[in-house]
Write a protein that binds this ligand. Structure first.
Ligand code: 26Q
Length: 828
């Protein structure tokens, strides 16, 4: 950021004439790091060396605050939040650290004095892409917000050696390449070789004792395999450096590095295989979201990090308290989706088997300590582990789950007990050919609170997957609408807009985002809008440069930048957007004088490697781009750009340049969305369905300032019940027929005319995602977009009202709600 504002809001530090300024001090520190830690001098240092030197100097300043914050919360014996997440999609940390310490400008000056450009070397930092998408990014925003609001917390996850794959597009098709973020080391983390816990798998359970009063019955787990979990800590500093928390990620380490007997026998390769197998647990992030892989390695990952985290927090509690009796008063454990849901059984195992607690008491503590967030209702994403697999890998946990289920079913209301279907629906075990453990049910039963991530999503949770459990435990389900951290998504991604907002309102807006409402008064202010125009232009030029650089496509910054960036999924309906684009193109060809706003259609997103249809949708976007971009009749009226390898860093470039934000999921399917919030905050108008947090956004910005279209959730449901087929939509939309015919005919794929038959057939057939049904409404709503774009002052006013309405979507607000209503954890 533009730290002048940050500097201004701090009282001027009293410095003697001889004291160095922040920038001089930083310059010395960077130089010392370059020489003594990196081992290079100014002459030989590469941009990466400079990045590492700056990161290390920044880290020192973070560490000071981190240690005092940790000491303070320890002394206060403050309640700790433990946020368990199999994904943390962090991105880069350099600008986050500098911004929150108010050191961005001093660092820029310090480097400039050394002949180095901050904006160049910051590009050297690899993204920590330890997540797939929304869920992982939410965890990263929450870490930053917990530090910013002063909530003592640990994030717990897995230190994947390889994060989400790199996406390459060749000839329009997605290819995956391994990602290697640790190749040059990681300056932010601290290895803690002394913090290590054994994680057991397999084997059998033996019952011992039980014959006398002094020797109560005990279950002893004899595992077949043990892997060590080693901690790596990364400090997460909050706004203004007021507080810092720890992100503790676990790495798998074999108990024995080599099989010496095998090695000595001459089996030089084989003697390492056991180690490779053990350490494969933290090797790579599962690259698919919204589908449960059901594979043993995934279950091993989930148990590995959950058990290590619980052992760690139990040990921490016992270092300060006599017993675990008061665990719930001092710890709130959060399960980010069901991925750590085995925590319910693992905490019971630790309390009962390892700490000799009676079942009833242990269950009370478990239920008061754990909480769970659900992020999806899609059936294919709901985790249900085959009982046989679970029994093989975690035999003691399986016994505990059966006992939890037995006691749970015993106390369901009598009316439910006699209804076999209802009883089956609330059981932790799914019956059928292959019995499975329902992880969502396990998380529900073992938690104090469970929450959805937007008002609609929470309502649908109550009505669908958890309706019967909700009837048994009314009040347990609550809503916590998602949020985003404004430090990264406004201050760091868009320092120009931040500066304008601060100058227009006051620096206080940086502490209290609700003050953004003050911007609404400037909706029609000429002077303000002129400045805004300059900011917009700069951010669009930066994106245009990236598009040119990566795709060789020249786009006009006068055009409307129409952006859809997210994982590629049928329910997110990139296909609907592409069909609309192709239809627009065909109408432009037919009627060259038609009044369309000049547009650049920008897409980015990864498809799971095994998701063939999503990959075909990427190919279609690129095939349409090829035809449109090379058509001399079209020129700047329409351009299509699919930017490869979408990640957090690319998002930081695209989002501030978006004029229109596409949030067009089939109603009822997107739990919340968070990109919708990021783009609106940066001044995009949304075109979207009444889905997820789009609904809250429409309330916050006003229906006049958002383009809502499409069927609502009940309408989608009704349409499904009627047995709607996509071809039924053709009667009402000649354009849909025309564009589907053109695609089917191979107009966009002359080299393989049947390439997209399966896609067109899917739309004309069951049309699971209602692409056909919503097409005409969507197309017409896009023409309303054109009309407003033609009236630039009206557009600018609507844009300003969008930004003004976004204060509530700060993840600081979300985190305060979790702290008050779920964790009952006071901030420092
Ligand atoms: C599960 C089992 C095995 C392998 C992978 C998975 C898996 C991994 C990731 C399942 C789901 C995910 C990610 C889900 C996700 O990102 N959901 C999104 O969460 C956001 C934050 O709440 C919401 O805004 C989005 O609407 C939701 O789609």
């Amino acid at each position: 950021m533009t730290a002048p504002e940050v500097e201004r809001r701090k009282p001027e530090p009293v410095k003697s004439r001889m004291a160095p300024t922040d920038s001089e001090e930083l310059r010395e520190a960077i130089l010392a790091k370059l020489i003594y830690s990196v081992g290079k001098d100014i002459k030989t240092a590469s941009p990466r060396d400079w990045f590492v030197a700056l990161a290390l100097a920044t880290r020192d300043r973070i560490v000071d605050r981190w240690m005092s914050a940790t000491r303070r919360s320890h002394q206060a014996d403050a309640k700790q939040v433990y946020y368990l997440s199999v994904e943390f999609l962090i991105g880069r940390l350099l600008m986050d650290g500098l911004n929150n310490l108010g050191l961005t400008e001093p660092a820029r000056e310090a480097l400039a004095a050394l002949g180095v450009d901050l904006d160049q070397i910051r590009q050297e930092e690899p993204d920590a892409a330890l997540g797939n998408g929304g869920l992982g990014r939410l965890a990263a925003c929450f870490m930053e917000s917990m530090a910013s609001v002063g909530l003592p917390a640990y994030g717990y996850g897995i230190r994947y050696e390889h994060g989400l794959f790199r996406q390459m597009i060749s000839d329009g098709w997605q290819h995956e390449a391994p990602e290697d973020w640790l190749a040059h080391g990681n300056p932010w983390e601290f290895e803690r070789p002394e913090v290590v816990y054994p994680i057991h798998f397999g084997g059998f359970v033996e019952q011992v004792g039980g014959d006398t009063e002094d020797a109560p019955l005990k279950n002893v787990w004899h595992p077949r395999e043990t892997v060590n979990a080693v901690a790596y800590d990364t400090p997460i500093i909050g706004w203004q450096g007021r507080h810092a928390n720890t992100l503790r990620l676990w790495s798998a380490r074999a108990v024995d590095p080599i099989d010496l007997i095998g090695f000595n026998r001459g089996d030089h390769v084989g003697s390492f295989t056991a180690r490779a197998y053990a350490e494969s647990i933290s090797r790579v992030l599962y690259p698919s979201d919204e589908t449960s892989s059901g594979q043993a390695l995934r279950l091993r990952q989930e148990y590995f990090f959950t058990s290590a985290s619980l052992q760690d927090l139990v040990r921490r509690h016992l270092s300060m308290h006599k017993s675990l009796d008061n665990l719930a008063e001092h710890a709130a454990i959060h399960m980010n989706d069901t991925h750590p849901a085995i925590a319910v059984a693992e905490l019971m195992r630790l309390l009962v088997d390892e700490h000799d607690m009676l079942w009833r008491k242990a269950w009370g503590i478990t239920q008061s300590t754990l909480n769970y967030t659900n992020h999806t209702l899609l059936p294919e994403a709901l985790e249900a582990w085959p009982l046989a697999l679970m029994n093989d890998l975690l035999p003691r946990h399986m016994q505990i789950i059966f006992l939890i289920n037995h006691k749970h079913l015993k106390q369901v209301p009598d009316a439910m007990k006699t209804d076999v279907a209802k009883l089956a629906s609330v059981s932790l075990i799914e019956e059928g050919d292959q019995k499975r453990v329902r992880m969502g049910h396990l998380a529900f039963i073992g938690s104090r609170r469970i929450n959805g991530v937007s008002a609609l999503h929470t309502e649908l949770m109550k009505q669908t997957i958890f309706s019967d459990l909700n009837a048994i435990y009314p009040g347990r389900i609550v809503n916590k609408t998602n949020g985003i951290t404004f430090r990264r998504w406004l201050m760091e991604a868009n320092p120009e807009l931040t500066k304008l907002i601060v100058e227009t309102l006051s620096p206080k807006v940086l502490d209290d985002p609700n003050q953004l409402v003050g911007l609404a008064a400037y909706a029609d202010d000429k002077a303000f809008q002129d400045k805004m125009k300059r900011v917009r232009r700069r951010k669009k030029e930066a994106l245009a440069a990236v598009i040119h650089d990566r795709l060789g496509v020249k786009v006009s910054t006068d055009a409307l930048f129409d952006v859809q960036i997210k994982r590629i999924h049928e329910y997110k309906r990139q296909l609907l957007n592409i069909l609309q684009t192709a239809a627009m193109y065909r109408e432009m060809k037919l009627n060259p004088s038609a009044e369309y706003a000049p547009r650049v259609k920008i897409f980015a997103g990864k498809a799971a490697a095994s998701y063939a249809r999503a990959k075909l949708i990427i190919k279609l976007a690129n095939d349409v781009a090829n035809v449109v971009n090379n058509d001399p009749d079209i020129g700047d009226k329409l351009k299509v750009a699919f930017l490869p390898n979408y990640n957090v860093s690319l998002a930081e470039v695209i989002i501030p340049a978006a004029d229109l934000s596409e949030q067009i999921s089939t109603a009822g399917m997107e739990a919340s969305g968070t990109g919708n919030m990021k783009m609106a905050l940066n001044g995009a108008l949304t075109i979207g369905t009444m889905d997820g947090a789009n609904i809250e956004i429409s309330e916050a910005v006003g229906l006049d300032n958002i383009f809502i279209f499409g069927m609502t959730t009940p309408e989608v449901e009704a349409r499904r019940e009627q047995g709607f087929r996509g071809r039924d939509a053709l009667i009402n939309s000649y354009r849909l027929k025309d564009v589907l015919d053109a695609i089917y005919d191979g107009q966009f794929s002359p080299d393989d005319r049947s390439r997209f038959h399966s896609l067109v057939d899917a739309v004309l057939g069951y049309d699971t995602f209602m692409v056909g049904a919503d097409f005409e409404f969507y197309f017409k709503r896009q023409r309303d977009v054109d009309t407003l774009w033609a009236d630039q002052p009206a557009w600018a006013a609507a844009r300003t009202k969008n930004i003004a309405g976004m204060g509530w979507f700060s993840s600081d607000r979300t985190i305060r709600e979790y702290a008050d209503e779920i964790w009952q954890a006071p901030t420092l």
